[in-house]
Design a protein around this ligand. Structure first.
Ligand SMILES: [Zn+2]
Length: 278
């Protein structure tokens, strides 16, 4: 039904990670063992490291203990609990490159013609896989891409906009209640200058991952945050919708569910945005 191979492009928004990666750099200094982080291309294929559902293939020496890796492993249960979806044991392969140039070379060879991105998630008939280079934004990038992996392992037929909205929600670090500050500020600014009004039916029509704009990512995140945090009980619209998705059956419209339950949803989502800005 969707892109084949199913490739979710993860937007290289340069500002995306500045806040989180700063704290992550601190984690790395604490957790890295001597020698960790050094390139070790020979180990790339020879020594995958399996942690929970994740299988890491790195061309450098991964630290044996690392808070980001712990967080990625814990994200599985977080997603399952928050969205009330069953966990899966389907492995997610995480390919990590020390150098951005090596990452780009590898991705362009494996997926020729695919637009250049900072990190990607790929689902094929054979596997779920993430590719990323170990740069400044690695924490946000991996939380985002691995979220796609966990979602695709458990939820069939996830609409593109919702797939991205959920990944944007889960990419922010723990303790932030899914508030993606960059999207929040961007939407506030666009609303103020008349550059944007929410339009869920428009998002639901999107099918080309490579054509998503910053606004598409931001609004998708906002709808997810609205459903999960605006009012007690409203999260059941999202969790019920996810539970309704079936393989091989076209996904219905979450917008229809929202419309049936929320009075004037577009005004309600703007009110939620304003409440987050306080
Ligand atoms: Zn994505």
């Amino acid at each position: 039904m969707r892109r084949t191979p199913l490739i979710t492009a993860c937007f290289a928004l340069a500002m995306l990670a500045l806040g989180a990666c700063r704290s992550f750099n601190s984690d790395r200094r604490i957790d890295l063992r001597p020698g960790a982080g050094q390139k070790d291309a020979a180990a790339y294929l020879a020594h995958p490291v399996t942690v929970g559902q994740l299988v890491f293939h790195a061309d450098f020496i991964l630290p044996s203990e690392n808070r980001l890796i712990d967080e990625l492993v814990a994200e599985r249960q977080l997603i399952s609990d928050r969205l009330r979806i069953a966990t899966s044991d389907r492995q997610i392969h995480v390919h990590l490159f020390a150098d951005e140039a090596d990452f780009k070379r590898h991705v362009s060879r494996r997926f020729p013609g695919f637009p250049e991105r900072r990190a990607i998630f790929v689902e094929t008939d054979r596997e779920l896989a993430v590719y990323a280079s170990w740069g400044e934004a690695i924490a946000d990038d991996l939380r985002h891409e691995v979220a796609h992996g966990y979602l695709h392992a458990s939820v069939p037929n996830l609409p593109l906009w919702l797939d991205e909205g959920l990944a944007e929600y889960f990419e922010v670090g723990r303790g932030l209640d899914g508030v993606n500050r960059m999207h929040l500020d961007y939407l506030r600014g666009q609303l103020a200058v008349g550059g944007w009004r929410p339009n869920l039916p428009r998002l639901e029509q999107l099918t080309d991952a490579g054509a998503l704009t910053q606004l598409d990512y931001a609004e998708s995140w906002l709808w997810v945050h609205f459903l999960l945090h605006s009012e007690a009980g409203r999260e059941t619209l999202l969790t019920g919708y996810l539970a309704s998705l079936q393989p091989g059956v076209p996904a219905g419209s979450l917008g229809d569910w929202v419309k049936a339950s929320v009075k004037d949803p577009h005004e309600a989502v703007i009110a939620h945005l304003r409440s987050l800005s306080k």
